[in-house]
Design a binder for this molecule. Structure first.
Ligand code: GDP
Ligand code: MG
Length: 296
């Protein structure tokens, strides 16, 4: 009998380093949400990369934020440090080689004893060798990584070597999740993430950060499109108007685009409906945070 390996892998690093992109590249299809705007990943997203004899469960942790300012950021902070401290068998710590200043590499929050793979990402961009070496030195001192990889998550360079290394380091264990299954919870979760991604694409300033998406209904219908009903909670009346737009045209566009993305993701037709509700200052309200799926 072959040995089965399974474990949790925390994808750590600051916002925008390419964690979601790496996950997508590892998964070969779009599961995690990729956005150019920081802090769109609020959940501990599980993506699963599996084969006959292994199952790697990825936690797409929010970037570590140095000074939490509001309740939402605080809950993000708690989430990500918890994923990294307690749940992970392995930490994949990503660094953006273009944006990171080697001289400003400071404190990191990784637990002693959990192996770390240091991943320098965006190596498709033109970056001088001394800069890469300086980054490697600075992060080696801070994180004591077992291995260092230079990759491009976007161009899929070096990703399969990284994947092999991750799998080889998983502990011996049976699978944590039924193989080959995307659960209902996942579909709901991805539906809400897909809508949120479109909110980030279509709206600006404080709007995307003020929106929480809750999928109320996800119903499969034989021979007909799935029904997906979701509520967008905003913090103030004014934000509701902005989301809806003149004559409802902005909400219409949001719905159309989200529906198209969701259909692409699921590989089947859906009928999406979005409602907007005001929940005053929900980001500061622990009960609302919990209700909307932000534990903390
Ligand atoms: P996250 O916040 O860490 O999850 O980062 P994302 O995966 O959302 O990526 C942030 C931005 O960096 C996106 O615009 C990506 O397209 C871009 N990006 C990610 N990986 C690479 C890479 O390897 N090369 C380049 N040039 N851009 C990348
Ligand atoms: Mg992300």
């Amino acid at each position: 009998m072959t040995i089965h390996k399974a474990g949790f892998v925390a994808l750590a690093g600051r916002p925008n380093v390419g964690k979601s992109t790496l996950l997508n590249s590892l998964l070969k299809f779009k599961l995690s949400i990729v956005s150019h705007k920081p802090q769109t990943t609020r959940h501990r997203l599980l993506g699963i990369v599996e084969g006959e004899d292994f199952q790697a469960c990825f936690l797409d942790t929010p970037g570590l934020i140095d000074t939490p300012t509001d309740s939402l950021q605080k809950s993000l902070h708690v989430e990500s440090s918890r994923a990294i401290r307690e749940d992970a068998d392995l930490i994949v710590y990503m660094v953006d080689v273009v944006e990171t200043d080697p001289k400003a590499v400071g404190q990191t929050h990784v637990r002693e004893g959990v192996p770390v793979l240091l991943v320098l990402n965006k190596c498709d961009r033109e970056v001088a060798e001394p800069r890469l070496a300086a980054l490697e030195a600075a992060y080696s001192a801070a994180l004591k990584p077992q291995k260092i990889f230079r990759i491009s998550a976007l161009k899929n360079q070096g990703v399969s070597e990284l994947k092999d290394e991750i799998i080889s380091r998983l502990p011996e264990s049976p699978a944590f999740y039924e193989k080959g299954q995307l659960s209902d919870r996942w579909e709901r979760f991805f539906a809400s993430e897909i809508v949120r991604e479109q909110v980030f694409d279509l709206y600006h300033d404080e709007i995307p950060h003020a929106v929480a998406v809750v999928v109320e209904t996800f119903r499969e219908n034989k021979g007909k499109p799935d029904d997906v009903f979701a509520t967008l909670y905003v913090e103030r009346d004014g934000q509701k108007g902005i989301i809806i737009g003149k004559g409802g045209k902005d909400l219409h566009r949001l719905t159309e685009r989200s529906q198209a993305m969701l259909e692409q993701f699921l590989g089947r037709k859906v009928s999406l409906e979005l409602w907007i509700k005001v929940r005053k200052d929900w980001r500061k309200d622990p009960r609302s945070l919990k209700e909307f799926g932000y534990s903390g």
